[in-house]
Write a protein that binds this ligand. Structure first.
Ligand code: 5GP
Ligand code: MN
Length: 333
């Protein structure tokens, strides 16, 4: 895998962006604030340089409500409006081509393709791959790219980048040297970090509390998994999510993963539309000995057809709840 230690990738990305006369930016399906923030930051910069740019994601049809106040949303278009042919296609925060969903067909219509990402499991499906598995967020990789490109970060771009940084670091819990330096740089542009975090992470309708009470009631603890590491899991069934947004569904894993008796957490989320289809969120933590020795979930999720990071990964599966748990237990070994 190429990494950002290789500045040749940064240089190649800058060359491709400078050469492009039209750009499509594709975010991953079921978009989060990191993929959307990355896409919109790039769109703002390209638009300002007079380059036609389209940003899109294959599904769902609507942008999650919490992200509608991000600057640059006017550059978002429906998948059908994404041109078939373009100079440059940029995929942001997508670990594999499958994460583009139905927009995967646009890869072949692009003169060149650039993958910008931070997933350990990235398959490097672009002609140019700017992949930094050490980066906290894809928006951090975008910040490095803007520096190499000598593009200044204004408040609107900073807002987009901060959105990805604050969410992918779990509100600055999963950090590394340099994380707070980037946060400081973005905040110094005058953006309201508290308001961005509150909008993206800390605002739920009352119905969320009712949903949580039902969903957390399904939680099970399997303490013997992986020689005593332990697995905790819960189900978000279709009937539980009536009237709540994807933001509420995605919040469940952050509660389940706090279980002290389990080093691994899973939340099975039933599709609202396709029977027996579930998306699965996985999280692990290390032993606390400071050795980073937790289960590598990127490997587990990849084996189950998905992907992700060492400590946060996911996949899609079909079947009954028993089938799902059985397959996960088998993959965990
Ligand atoms: P989440 O649980 O937040 O949906 O996903 C956790 C991490 O795993 C994210 O970084 C996400 O991009 C990745 N991930 C989730 N589902 C999939 C999947 O189906 N395929 C791949 N390649 N990555 C996934
Ligand atoms: Mn990300």
């Amino acid at each position: 895998m190429t990494t950002m230690r290789d500045t040749a990738d940064l240089d190649a990305a800058v060359l491709a962006l400078n050469a492009a006369r039209s750009v499509t930016v594709v975010c991953h399906v079921q978009p989060d604030a990191d993929t959307v923030g990355s896409g919109l930051a790039l769109a703002l910069v390209l638009h300002r340089r007079g380059i036609p740019v389209w940003v899109s994601f294959a599904e769902p049809a609507e942008l999650p409500m919490s992200m509608t106040s991000l600057p640059g949303v006017r550059h978002l278009v429906a998948p059908a409006e994404v041109p078939a042919e373009v100079d440059l296609l940029v995929a942001v925060d997508c670990g594999s081509a499958g994460r583009l969903g139905a927009l995967v067909d646009r890869l072949s219509g692009a003169t060149t393709t650039l993958v910008i990402d931070h997933h350990r499991s990235n398959t490097c499906f672009g002609a140019i791959n700017l992949v930094d598995p050490g980066a906290e967020s894809t928006t951090s990789v975008i910040a490095q790219l803007l520096d190499a490109w000598r593009v200044p970060i204004d408040p609107d771009v900073a807002h987009c980048l901060y959105a990805g940084l604050v969410t992918d670091t779990g509100s600055f819990r999963w950090v590394r040297p340099g994380t707070h330096e980037l946060a400081e740089r973005l905040l110094a542009t005058g953006i309201d970090g508290a308001d961005i975090a509150r909008t993206l992470l800390d605002t739920h309708p009352f119905g969320w509390l009712m949903m949580l009470s039902r969903v957390l009631g399904t939680a099970q603890l399997a303490p013997d998994v992986r020689g005593g590491v332990g697995l905790v899991y819960a189900f978000v069934r279709r009937d539980d999510v009536d009237g709540v947004r994807s933001e509420e569904v995605e919040s469940v894993i952050d509660i389940v993963r706090t279980t002290a008796e389990a080093g691994i957490a899973a939340v099975f989320k039933e599709s609202r539309t396709v029977p027996d289809r579930w998306t699965v969120s996985l999280r692990s933590r290390d032993s606390g000995r400071g050795t980073g020795d937790g289960i590598d979930l990127a490997e587990v999720a990849t084996a189950l057809g998905g992907g992700g990071h060492r400590f946060a990964a996911g996949y899609t599966a079909y079947g009954t709840p028993d089938d799902l748990v059985g397959a996960l237990l088998a993959a965990l070994g």
